[in-house]
Design a binder for this molecule. Structure first.
Ligand SMILES: C[S@@+](CC[C@H](N)C(=O)[O-])C[C@H]1O[C@@H](n2cnc3c(N)ncnc32)[C@H](O)[C@@H]1O
Length: 288
């Protein structure tokens, strides 16, 4: 883990919001709860289903399931990292929700469950952190019962608005060079964050054996007034606890002076300007 963020629990509860003001934070929560409800609804959960939330983090999907179904379903909170399971267990104890929940520390590339074990598998923003997405999807297929459902949400990072696109080229020294660098690391096939899109996930589902993989791609535009303090944080917050920040990515291409100058110029170009950034996302639904 990095010196910016010690673990996933800290990233999920603090780091990911660090560049946002209160209004943006509230919008983000509303967006997260709305997409959580779609993932759960797409799963077609029935009473007595056995459900696994793979890469549960602090339990966004799991607690959504429990709020709706309580102890009418069997729920497995699962994550590779212990801190996430400890946090979920603590929240669950404090909630007094009636439940049939259990906790499974497991890598999604080698899920510690037998074949045909669950009716429903859920993920939200987990595949995006896994380099070998085919292997993860194969595992999900393996643990699902025949007729079981995989329902998920994933961001398609490589299609996100890029920083250089927001700035007038004339306001940035060496804009072309920075564009080239950003385009390069935003489409890096070796980086889990950027090595996929809806088409590759559809191929992965197919290859795993899913017969009816369905992917629904959405654009989520967000329009707001940029502030230079927040722009600093765009460059200095990590996309996950163990990944480089955007500043660190640029430092692979340019020296520190040049990167610092670029960030200052982006701040000058965008401070107090209305900007629109768009992120592309996908809902995944597939039956075994
Ligand atoms: C962006 S968080 C999403 C958490 C949660 N699903 C949510 O919707 O808030 C990514 C989660 O994936 C988990 N994760 C990362 N690599 C994993 C792996 N190889 N196997 C299982 N979980 C993993 C992390 O611990 C983290 O909880």
């Amino acid at each position: 883990m990095s010196d910016i963020c010690k673990n996933w629990t800290q990233w999920l509860s603090e780091t990911r919001f660090s560049h946002m003001d209160e209004i943006q934070k509230e919008q983000t929560f509303r967006w997260l709860f709305a997409l959580r409800d779609v993932v759960i609804s797409n799963a077609g959960i029935k009473n007595n289903d056995k459900i696994i939330d793979i890469g549960c983090g602090t339990g966004l999907l799991s607690f959504g399931v429990l709020e709706k179904f309580q102890d009418n379903v069997e729920l497995i909170f699962s994550d590779k990292f212990e801190d996430c399971l400890v946090e979920c267990e603590k929240i669950l104890k404090e909630s007094n929700i009636k439940n049939r929940a259990s906790f499974l520390q497991s890598d999604c590339l080698d899920i510690k469950l037998p074949d045909n074990a669950v009716d429903v598998a859920l993920t939200r923003s987990v595949l995006v952190h896994i380099a070998d997405k085919q292997k993860a999807i194969n595992e999900i297929y393996r643990i699902l019962k025949q007729g079981g459902t995989y329902s998920a949400f994933e961001p398609i990072i490589r299609s996100n608005t890029r920083y250089h696109e927001l700035c007038d080229p004339s306001s940035i020294t060496d804009w072309e060079e920075f564009k080239k660098a950003e385009d390069d690391f935003m489409s890096d096939d070796c980086d889990p964050l950027t090595n996929f899109d809806a088409q590759t996930i559809a191929q992965n589902l197919d290859a795993a054996g899913f017969s009816d993989g369905n992917i629904n791609v959405e654009d989520t535009p967000s329009t707001y007034v940029a502030k230079k303090e927040a722009i600093d944080k765009w460059f200095d917050s990590a996309p996950s606890p163990d990944r480089p920040t955007t500043r660190q990515r640029f430092l692979k291409y340019f020296d520190e002076k040049k990167v610092n100058n670029y960030i200052e110029e982006v701040k000058l170009a965008l401070d107090n300007k209305m900007i629109t950034v768009t992120s592309k996302t996908m809902f995944i639904r597939a039956t075994k």
